[in-house]
Design a protein around this ligand. Sequence first.
Ligand SMILES: [Zn+2]
Length: 408
Amino acid sequence: METFYDPREGLPRHEWDDWMHQRLGRTVALASRRTAAGRMAVEAAGKPLSDLRWPEDLPQLPLLRKGDLPALQAAEPPFAGWNAVPIEALSRVFVSPGPIYDPEGRIEDYWGFAPALHAAGFHRGDLVLNTFAYHLTPAGHMMDGALAALGCVTIPGGTGNTEVQARTARDLRIRGFIGTPSFLATLLEKMEGPSSFAVAFVSGEMLPDRLRRDLEAQGVRVSQGYATGDVGLIAYECDERSGLHLSPRVFVEIVDPESGAPRPPGAIGEVVITHLSEIYPLLRLATGDLSALEAAPCPCGRGAPRLVRLMGRVGDAVKVRGMFVHPNEVRWAMSRVPEVARYQLVVTREGHQDRLVARVELSSGADPSAAVAAQLRETIKLRADVEVLPPGTLPADAPVIVDERRWD
Ligand SMILES: [Zn+2]
């Protein structure tokens, strides 16, 4: 049996539940006293705090839909009134797609990934290549903080620069990889010959079983985590690979995405998180991700319940190469290319890579492919191929984004 990063991971289920329930009640009270948005949420419930303490009380508080955060933050900058500390108490502010502004508190491993990396087999002194972005979006720094807490030696690779990263991994005999599963596949291909990667922690994309098998056949043990830019780590895998254990940083509910009603254990629904934080105590953030809770105990000895797996997005935003793509951002990008009359962004999967194709119909003669690709890259930060279609191919009501990926 493995040892835990935090001994509390090994609490039996009833003690785990007690611990979480205490902190849930405290967090609702703290949010209502120290944040304008939390006060409004409690007022909307119309109940005294003593009636808003337990998991079964939570549905009385309104859902905070992730898709509404950009507008809410724009109306009440920078954090829509959810920050419980003044801005000078923060160490960083990140910019996620939307845009959504994400605060980072000034505490060790603020985003909470150290237990997940420990469970994934990362040890003190390991050389680790961190290939998540270090600018604007928080993923790179989320991992960086956890690696520092673990005592790993970080190579801050960031995104892209595939050749340099492959060479560095080979030259330095790097043991650990952090990034998206597709970038790990790309790097392994580039490295030609046996790699020194022994452990990998991946996030930001689906990890189909087939891809995991392909990667592990090359000698890398691959573990995954589930996180959002708003709060950081939500759940992570143990050795059993039987789902993702909830992090004690968040209280998780599974609700019906339409009605917001709680779903019974095992039923699929939208993941709703309450951030048990004294810095950014978001109450009932509806993530738009679909999953289910597994209540049965896990042989690894962790008391936390597990998310069965992640099943995709509730809404029409899709995640491509780890980035959310919102139809509104595609609309905005296309609106800047006057030659485009109709358009549709198609997401497909080739091998282990997401592929984006922008299909466009023209209103005038000049081929705008380069401009379309440039605008998309600027807006959604992703590279797309452009296909020009004969006029009349796309129906007037064609959906802006079509996700044609199939997950085995
Ligand atoms: Zn387990």
